[in-house]
Design a protein around this ligand. Structure first.
Ligand code: GLN
Length: 504
């Protein structure tokens, strides 16, 4: 039998068009795959088999009666990170405080995917309120890296990355505040794109740090990521920070060659702290890009050394303000039998939030407090401008920047949980794109001898998602690293995962 769960969006779309299989068959294939693998991978907090099957049958009916035309995402199963609200479906943001929260509305991205005919198959695990780099801060369980289940999938969108990596869905959505799409994409050997701030509506994204948050796609290959981005990008009157600018045709961009593209390598990204294996994979990939027609020069981002401290002031500051809404009055967890109102706030928040979230609320409140505002938040905001200026300067001479997505290979579960600073440091190459608001993509660029994936990060000017997809696609085609061929190169496939389960 054909393994439909290995198919890309494009292959599923083409097969549906030729009526080689039905939406119902697609839905069953992916639901089965989830059932067979998720006890190992643990990507999903919620899966909705009945709703998905019903929706699939409905789509089949409408397609055969001609009531519905077929777009790229019609009948395609997708997973959403559990901080994207879904009407009628529990949305937890990985937190106890939202354990029983059933949103009365859809996020704009959810609505756009549904309007495009996609099947929302389930909600994926993430670090609590998207705070983390390993998905170990989820209040529910840790997701595993499908390449090696003793390792983390990255975070905070680890569930979405692992789901795509293990062929549980062809594509998924995540959110990226400081790397939460790109880093797990790199760790799981899939494509992950953080769009320009404002390119995708944040309406219905449970807020972490509102000036940094963006929603973006994960997929098994670059063209599929382009299709998903196409469906979710564009202005939305419900998000005043969404850009009115028209959306490019990403699929057209994807097909273009790389002649004349000028790439810059930030020299500060190749210093100490970068794993040797990651470095040589990234340098080799850049060499391939040169062969494909790009010119490559070294550039400087001199404020890189302040990236982590700047981000870890601004993000917690905004988080502490955003998370003030969880007062146990309007929705969310409420501690039983409080003494009085203040006790209710205190107990509900103490019991509802996990350790990392509390740490961020405390840091954020501190850096915003009147005595320390100037020394921390104000100063970080100024350095943020310098970081954005570094990029603007670099983009005067080059069209895109290339470098590692992460300083290391996927680390072991538990390896960094005792030391928050260690965990924060792993975000060094990703946080600055958010601070500057520019788009960035991570594409798989190598599989190491240990059979672990390495990601190449490509960054561009504001609204240049098309160029990033184009560069990523050319590299992917050159290296032959689309997800469907990964199992042959080491992805623990369905059978391996089953064996593991049986051996336990
Ligand atoms: N790892 C970073 C953090 O913990 C980024 C998280 C994200 O992008 N949501 O804040």
């Amino acid at each position: 039998m054909r393994e439909l769960s290995r198919f890309s969006i494009r292959q599923l779309h083409n097969g549906l068009k030729r009526r080689e299989f039905s939406v119902r068959e697609i839905a069953s294939a992916f639901l089965t795959r989830i059932e067979e693998t998720d006890s190992r991978v643990r990507a999903f907090i919620t899966v909705q088999p009945e709703q998905v099957v019903k929706h699939a049958e409905d789509l089949d009916r409408k397609l055969s009666s001609g009531e519905l035309g077929m777009g790229f995402l019609t009948g395609i199963p997708l997973a959403l990170k559990d901080n994207l609200v879904t009407q009628g479906t529990r949305t937890t943001a990985g937190s106890r405080i939202l354990e029983n929260y059933v949103p009365p509305y859809d996020a704009t991205v959810t609505k756009r995917l549904r309007d495009a005919g996609a099947l929302v198959i389930g909600k994926t695990n993430c670090d609590e309120f998207a705070m983390g780099s390993s998905t170990e801060n989820s209040a529910y369980f840790s997701t595993r890296n499908p390449w090696d289940v003793s390792r983390v999938p990255g975070g905070s969108s680890g569930g979405s990355a692992a789901a795509v990596s293990s062929c549980q869905v062809p594509a998924a959505l995540g959110s990226d505040t400081g790397g939460s799409i790109r880093q797990p994409a790199a760790f799981c050997g899939v494509v992950g794109l953080k769009p320009t701030y404002g390119r995708v509506s944040r309406y219905g994204l449970i807020a972490f740090a509102s000036s940094l948050d963006q929603i973006g796609p994960f997929a098994g290959n670059v063209a599929d990521a382009a299709m998903v981005l196409q469906a979710i990008a564009g202005h939305d009157s419900s998000d005043s920070t969404s850009a009115a600018r028209p959306v490019d045709n990403y699929l057209v961009e994807v097909g273009r060659d790389l002649k004349g593209v000028r790439l810059g390598i930030p020299k500060e990204w190749f210093g100490s702290g970068l794993d040797r294996t990651v470095e040589s994979a990234v340098r080799a990939a850049i060499g391939r890009l040169e062969k494909l027609g790009c010119s490559v020069v070294e550039v400087s981002l001199p404020n890189t050394e302040y990236a982590i401290s700047t981000y870890y002031i601004i993000a917690p500051a905004e988080a502490s303000s955003n998370l003030a809404r969880y007062d146990a009055v309007k929705y969310g967890y409420r501690s039983p039998n409080p003494k009085d109102l203040e006790d209710m706030y205190k107990r509900s928040r103490s019991e509802g939030f996990g350790a990392e979230v509390k740490r961020r609320i405390m840091i954020g409140t501190y850096v915003l407090s009147s005595g320390y505002y100037d020394a921390y938040f104000l100063r970080a905001s100024k350095v943020r401008t310098l970081i954005a200026q570094d990029y603007a300067n670099a983009f005067e001479t080059v069209d895109a920047l290339v470098g590692p997505t992460t300083p290391s290979l996927p680390f072991k579960l538990g390896e960094k949980t005792e030391d928050p600073l260690e965990m924060y440091l792993s975000d060094v190459y990703t946080v600055t794109a958010n601070l500057a608001g520019i788009p960035a993509i991570s594409v798989p660029c190598a599989i190491t001898d240990e059979k672990l994936p390495v990601g190449l990060q490509i960054l561009g000017r504001h609204f240049q998602e098309g160029l990033l997809l184009r560069i990523g696609h050319a590299l992917e085609q050159d290296l032959g690293l689309e997800r469907p061929v990964l199992p042959a190169k080491g992805l623990k496939d369905l059978k391996d995962l089953k064996d593991l389960k049986d051996n336990e």
